[in-house]
Design a protein around this ligand. Structure first.
Ligand code: CMC
Length: 392
């Protein structure tokens, strides 16, 4: 069977050629379709970036108006999906609910299993982009014992999501432009990150020609893990634990250095970035700005800053090139926006959706073969079957 090279975790194995995202881990560079993340976060909107990732170019005014209009007209979710949702327990994790309901979309749109035309695929893409925020807000509403909100299609993408989250039938919610702008920036920073764990999952599942909803649902499940997108929830829980423990950051740094503790400093380290994570830089500054603008004094921010400083001065972290990653400060902003901790990874999923879609589409358009890694067998040699009555 030829030569098999083992590379656990694919640390040095390229799985595909891709024209979507450029990442230079040594220099801390991240570009979507050639545009720097710094520029996009400052000057663009999340839907514009979604268009760029999926279709390859920034949209003209006309293209953008059409794209946004299409999304607006698909924000409503089939009422039968609500019935599925109602069966979940109130304490269900919102990520479990999200991946299940996106998977359920494949049952509601079974034509996605067929060999789709470009127009049909386009409709599935629009449905995903339009419905994910609506579905995401249901979990929060249920946790509060409140009725779900229907989308308000005169609102832009981020404001619509915030309105579905926070508006109540008894008290209209006015979307604060500071909040909506901060959300827009966070979603842009999460929109793609080349062949990370969840994206590779989407491509691998999709490589069997599984439908787009099932492929994206698998990506959501992969994102949930604490070593990947789930880290943003872990970070805030860790910072809160440090606060409750009297703010002793050194104790947690020592614990992270001690391999036998099994504890890692969440929000630190990255497979590819070895000098800094450019997203973390932008988010750190945004966290400061947003808290200032909203007049919030969050003691957890102080703990985060203290922890970051101590880690960056510690030999263990310096030698291993462990720097704060995108998840380190994002939770502090989400908290300031009123998003509950157990929904942080859902926010990551909403942001990453255009990237998953773009990567799924690229894989199919390029007619990539089914993903099928090999192995080196290390189990028992061939042996004879022993009937159960003779087994010791
Ligand atoms: N705390 C303490 N030690 C760490 C940490 C950490 N957060 N991260 C890595 N190390 C150590 C690790 O023990 C190893 O030490 P040694 O060489 O002595 O065995 C060395 O640094 C290299 O780590 P690795 O686990 O081989 O690196 P990796 O590329 O396989 O893992 C990572 C990358 C992000 C999974 C890891 O750094 C980690 O677990 N970080 C915490 C979780 C986290 O913040 N994840 C979010 C990543 S960014 C956004 C995203 O992907 O969603």
């Amino acid at each position: 069977t030829g030569y098999i090279t083992i590379d656990p975790g694919y640390k040095n194995t390229g799985a595909t050629k891709s024209a979507i995202t450029f990442l230079d881990g040594e220099e801390g560079v991240l570009n979507y379709r050639g545009y720097s993340i710094e520029d996009l976060a400052e000057k663009s909107s999340f839907l514009e970036v979604a268009y760029l990732l999926i279709y390859g170019e920034l949209p003209t005014e006309k293209q953008f108006a059409e794209f946004e209009h299409e999304i607006r007209t698909h924000t409503l979710v089939n009422e039968d999906m609500r019935k599925i949702f109602e069966g979940f327990p109130v304490n269900a994790h919102p990520m479990g609910v999200l991946s299940s309901l996106v998977s359920a979309m494949s049952a509601f749109y079974p034509d996605a299993n067929a060999q789709n035309s470009e127009a049909e695929t386009q409709l599935h893409i629009i449905r995903l982009l339009a419905k994910l925020p609506t579905i995401a807000t249901w979990s929060y509403k249920k946790s509060q014992g409140h009725p779900v909100n229907y989308p308000q299609n005169e609102l832009d993408y981020c404001s619509n999501f915030l309105n579905m989250m926070f508006s109540l039938p008894v008290a209209k919610y006015n979307v604060d432009p500071v909040v909506s702008a901060a959300l827009n920036k966070l979603l842009i920073l999460h929109a793609d990150h080349e062949q990370n764990c969840s994206t590779s999952t989407v491509r691998l599942v999709g490589s069997s020609h599984a439908n787009i909803f099932s492929s994206i649902s698998s990506g959501i499940s992969a994102l949930w893990g604490p070593l990947h997108g789930g880290a943003n929830q872990e970070v805030i829980e860790m910072l809160e634990a440090i606060k409750a423990d009297g703010g002793d950051t050194q104790k947690y740094i020592n614990m992270a250095k001690d391999k036998s503790s099994g504890f890692r400093l969440f929000g630190f380290g990255h497979r590819v970035y070895k000098n800094f994570d450019p997203r973390a830089r932008i988010i750190k500054k945004a966290a400061d700005d947003v808290l200032n603008k909203l007049g919030i004094n969050d003691p957890v921010l102080e703990i985060a800053q203290k922890l970051e400083k101590a880690a960056l001065e510690d030999d263990y972290f310096v030698q291993r090139k462990l720097y704060p990653n995108v998840d380190f400060y994002s939770g502090i902003i989400y908290r300031a926006l009123g998003i509950p901790t157990n929904m942080f990874t859902v926010m990551f999923a909403i942001g990453r959706l255009p990237g998953w879609i773009a990567q799924w589409k690229e894989m199919r358009v390029n007619k990539e073969p089914i993903g099928r890694p090999r192995q080196i067998y290390t189990g028992a040699p061939k042996r004879d079957f022993v009937p159960m009555s003779e087994r010791k």
